[in-house]
Design a binder for this molecule. Structure first.
Ligand code: SF4
Length: 299
C-alpha cells in the first residue's frame, strides 16, 4: 500500500469526462498552441507550456507501479501531449507498459498539427505501445470559423490527422463547439462540421456549448467585434442541422457535457431519427417556455 499519492500536478488539470477513472500523468504542462480565442484552460501564469522533465516523469510512473496502483486506463495531460517527440512518447509509453502492466488503454488530447511530424509508421508504433484513443477538439469543420477563433487548424489539416490516426488503429473522439460561429455562421459551421465527421467517421462525436468563464472580449475581437450569440433555440437548431447532415456508420454521439441545454446520447447512424425527434421536442419546449431557457433537458 502507498501512503502518499506518487503523482504531482501543476493545477488546473483538465481531462475529458470519459477519463474520470483514469490515472493521469502530466507529461507536459499547458498547451503548445494556447492561442484559441475561446480557451481559458491554460492561461494562468503557472500553465506556460513546457514538457515535463523526463527523468522526473519516468520516476513518477515507476513509483505508481511500486505503490501497488493497478489502473486500467491512463490519460496523458495537458492540452496536447502528442506534441512530444517520438523518442519521448516511446519512452513514456514503454515505461507505463513496464511499470503498470494492468493498463490496457492510454489516451490524450491531440491537436491535428501534433501529428504532422509523425509518420504513418510512427502512429502505428504509438498504437502498438498502448495509445488507443485521441481526443481532438476540432470545434468546427468550417475554415472561416476556424480562422476567426484562432484554432491554427483547417478542415483539411483536421481531416488528415483524424484519417491517419484511424488508419493506424487509434480511436478518435471529436468535439464540435455548438454556437462557436454565432448566429451568422451557424448554418455553415454545422454543415461543414457534419462534412468533417462524414469524411473521418470518428468513433466518438460530442458537442459542447461555447461558454465564456473569464469574459468574451478576446473571442469577440476575432469576429471583428460583431458576434451575435445563439439563444437556446438557436443552439438546438444548430445541433439539428449538424445531425441531419451527418452520414455516420457507427459513431457514438454524446451531447451530455454540463454546458449542453439538452442531453442527447445515441449511436449514429442507427439512432439518428430518434435524436432528431428529441431535438424537435426540445426546440418546441424552449419556444413554449422561454422562461426555462437555461434548463437542461434530460432524455
Ligand atoms: S488547442 Fe486546445 S488547449 Fe490549446 S488553446 Fe486551443 S482549445 Fe485550448
Amino acid at each position: 500500500m502507498f501512503h502518499q499519492f506518487p503523482v504531482q500536478y501543476v493545477q488546473p488539470l483538465f481531462r475529458p469526462p470519459s477519463e474520470g477513472r483514469s490515472l493521469i500523468f502530466q507529461v507536459t504542462n499547458g498547451c503548445s498552441w494556447n492561442r484559441c480565442s475561446y480557451c481559458e484552460m491554460y492561461t494562468d501564469a503557472q500553465k506556460k507550456f513546457r514538457p515535463r522533465a523526463e527523468a522526473e516523469l519516468l520516476a513518477e510512473i515507476r513509483a505508481c507501479g511500486e505503490s501497488g496502483l493497478e489502473p486500467r486506463r491512463v490519460f496523458l495531460a495537458d492540452g496536447d501531449a502528442l506534441v512530444l517527440s517520438m523518442r519521448r512518447l516511446r519512452s513514456i509509453l514503454t515505461e507505463i507498459r513496464h511499470a503498470l502492466p494492468s493498463v490496457s488503454r492510454v489516451s490524450s488530447y491531440c491537436l491535428p498539427s501534433n501529428l504532422k511530424n509523425k509518420t504513418d509508421q510512427d502512429l502505428l508504433e504509438l498504437e502498438s505501445l498502448g495509445l488507443k484513443i485521441i481526443y481532438v477538439g476540432a470545434e468546427s469543420g468550417d475554415d472561416t470559423v476556424l480562422r476567426k477563433i484562432g484554432k491554427g487548424e483547417t478542415y483539411a489539416s483536421t481531416v488528415d490527422a483524424l484519417q491517419r490516426a484511424s488508419a493506424a488503429g487509434i480511436k478518435t473522439s471529436v468535439m464540435i463547439l455548438n454556437g462557436i460561429g454565432g448566429r451568422r455562421l451557424s448554418r455553415q459551421h454545422a454543415l461543414a462540421s457534419a462534412r468533417l465527421a462524414n469524411d473521418t467517421q470518428p468513433d466518438y462525436l460530442a458537442t459542447l456549448v461555447l461558454t465564456f468563464y473569464k469574459g468574451r472580449e478576446k473571442f469577440v475581437a476575432g469576429f471583428d467585434n460583431d458576434f451575435e450569440e445563439l439563444d437556446t433555440v438557436g443552439l438546438c437548431e444548430e445541433v439539428k442541422t449538424l445531425l441531419a447532415a451527418c452520414e455516420l456508420e457507427n459513431t457514438i454521439f454524446r451531447s451530455d457535457h454540463v454546458s449542453n441545454h439538452m442531453v442527447l446520447k445515441g449511436v449514429l447512424g442507427k439512432d439518428k431519427q430518434r435524436l432528431l425527434g428529441q431535438i424537435d421536442e426540445s426546440i418546441a419546449y424552449f419556444r413554449e417556455h422561454p422562461e426555462f431557457e437555461n434548463d437542461n433537458l434530460q432524455y
